[in-house]
Every structure is written in C-alpha cells, then in structure tokens.
Design a protein around this ligand. Structure first.
Ligand code: SF4
Ligand code: MG
Length: 320
C-alpha cells in the first residue's frame, strides 16, 4: 500500500530557560532521532516508557509542535516547516485523539457544538444539514443522537472519549494520532473504545499512529510497532515479529516484563538497572548503553543507526 506519512531523522528539542534573564541554558531532546513510515490504512503503534518522546513525536508530525530538524512528508508533500494558511489547510487531513477526554472537551459547549467546531473552521454550512451529519456521527461512535444537546460532564469517561473521537472524525481525516486514548479509562471500557477505533478505521479508511505505554494495548491495535527509548526509535517491526523475536535489548526487557497468563511458559524477566537518563543530557553513543545488559565498550562511543536487519525488521544496535 502507498505510504501516507514519512518521517526522516526527526528531532524536537524544547529549550530550557534559567537564571535571572531566563536565557536558554540547554535543551530537552524530547525527540532525538526518529524515522518511520506509515502506509495507508495501517496502524503503527508507538510504545515506550513515559517521557520517551512518544507524545512529542505524535504532536510534531501533526505540526502542533515545530520540529527542530528532520523531515515530515504527508502524501509525499513536505509539511515540516509550513505555517499559517498552508498549515491550516493541511491540518484537515490529520487529527488527534487525546489521552484525557475530560481536559480536551470544552465544558461550556454543547456536544453538538464541540463536534461542529472543526467543520465550521473550514466550511460554511447549512445548520440543519450539519446537525443531521453530527447526529449520524454520534451514532457511529456509539452515542445516542440526543447526546448532541448535552454537555461533556454529563457523560462517563468512555463516552467522553467517544465524543473526542467523533470530533476527530468530523473533518473526515486521513491520519489520526491517538495518544494513549484509553489509558485514562476504566479497564472495563478500554476494550470497547479500542474496538470502536478498529471498526471506524475500516469504515472511514483511516490510518493510525497509536501511542501507548501498555504493550498489550499496542499489540491489540497495531500492524507494526515502533519502540522508543530516550527520544530515539530503537526498533520497528511487524506486530508478530516484535513480540516473537524482539531484537533490541530494550525491547527484550519490555516484553519480558509482560505478565504471562499461561504459567506453564515461564519467561525469564530481564530487569533493567538504573534509571532512564535525563533527555537534557543524554548519554553519548547508544542512548541505552547506561542500562543495557549487553553493552560493550563501543556502545558508549558510536550511536548505532536504525537499520533493516531482516525484511521489515529495523533495529538500532551494534549487535546486528
Ligand atoms: Fe546495548 Fe550496545 Fe546494542 Fe546499545 S548498541 S542496545 S548498548 S548492545
Ligand atoms: Mg505521553
């Protein structure tokens, strides 16, 4: 299938200010080197511990943040540095579903108006027609049409996330970045929302970048998965290959920590020593070398590039 999004050597740094004059005294290297592609209709999962740069990656490719370096191509067109009207026009095609459906919905607006807002930013519409369209969207996300006249606080967490999804769908986008869309929800409703996202993907011909720290959620949702550590993408593989044969020592440790429901198969858990280093002062060489059980001398000197070591399986590690 065609490539929808291509990201090359993306870097997003935040300035750190300090001292009396609030001068820039350093940078948080939130995204330090990330390259991947997403094909039309697929779901790329992005996984890693909190603070590894997943959300910043998602926000940067939607151009809610300005990249420091690298390239973002959407349908072959460069969107890395566009701004103003050009960016506004491009944004129709990509939307975000946020982690916290409470914080992302305006409590003073009627649900119908929340969903109409992105549409009215782009088009003049007949009021009755628009109302009908939004009601049909509400039923597609599993809410009653009467939800149109209510306020976000009148709904449960899972229902609020359905409203957030309806709003993201309002402009009929091509790409949706879902940033931990179920991690704020009760476990009992998580799978309902995940399954809804899967159904909508087919119905609306959507492509997803699906961000989560929970490996079982990512496994349930993704065709391919990228693993991030300290602002770097360290491994990308198909869902099956990543869980069956993780290559990067960090991925191996993450996967070894998934509780195994079948106690007959006992995997050995790899426990990582130490903490994730500060993204303001990341280690030289391989970003993982301070914690890697396989680290060698060369690992602190040279940063291994992400390379394809088996068909479709990319890893950034000197062992391969
Ligand atoms: Fe470990 Fe070295 Fe591979 Fe980094 S490059 S993951 S430190 S073995
Ligand atoms: Mg996050």
């Amino acid at each position: 299938r065609d490539v929808l999004l291509e990201v090359q050597n993306l870097k997003t740094y935040y300035p750190v200010r300090g001292g009396f004059f609030k001068r820039t005294i350093g940078h948080v290297k939130a995204v330090d080197d990330v390259s991947f592609t997403i094909r039309k209709g697929e779901t790329l999962g992005l996984v890693g511990e909190s603070g590894c740069g997943k959300s910043t990656t998602g926000r940067t490719i939607l151009r809610l943040l300005k990249p420091t370096d690298g390239q973002i191509l959407f349908e072959g067109k460069e969107i890395t540095k566009i701004s103003g009207a050009k960016l506004q026009k491009a944004r129709r095609d990509f939307q975000m579903v946020f982690q916290d459906p409470y914080a992302s919905l305006n409590p003073t607006q009627m649900v119908g108006d929340i969903i109409a807002e992105p549409i009215l930013n782009y088009e003049k519409r007949n009021k009755k027609e628009l109302e009908q369209e939004i009601k049909s969207l509400l039923s597609k996300v599993g809410l009653p049409e009467a939800a149109y006249y209510k306020y976000a606080h009148e709904f449960s967490g899972g229902q609020r996330q359905r409203i957030g999804i309806a709003r993201a769908l309002a402009l009929n986008p091509k790409l949706i970045v879902a940033d931990e869309p179920v991690s704020a929800l009760d476990v009992s409703v998580q799978s309902q929302v995940l399954n809804l996202l899967k159904e909508l993907q087919i119905e609306f011909d959507l492509t997803y970048l699906f961000i989560a720290h929970d490996l079982s959620v990512v496994k349930h949702m993704s065709d391919r998965i990228g693993v991030m550590y300290l602002g770097n993408l360290v491994e990308v593989a198909s869902n099956r290959d990543l869980y069956k044969e993780p290559l990067h020592p960090y991925t191996q440790a993450l996967i070894s920590a998934i509780p195994e429901p079948n106690t007959a198969i006992k995997k050995e858990r790899i426990v990582l020593e130490g903490d994730v280093p500060s993204p303001q002062n990341p280690p030289t060489g391989c970003p993982f070398h301070t914690r890697c059980p396989m680290a060698m001398e060369v690992c602190s000197k040279e940063k291994p590039p992400l390379k394809e070591v088996r068909p479709g399986h990319h890893v950034a590690c000197v062992l391969y």
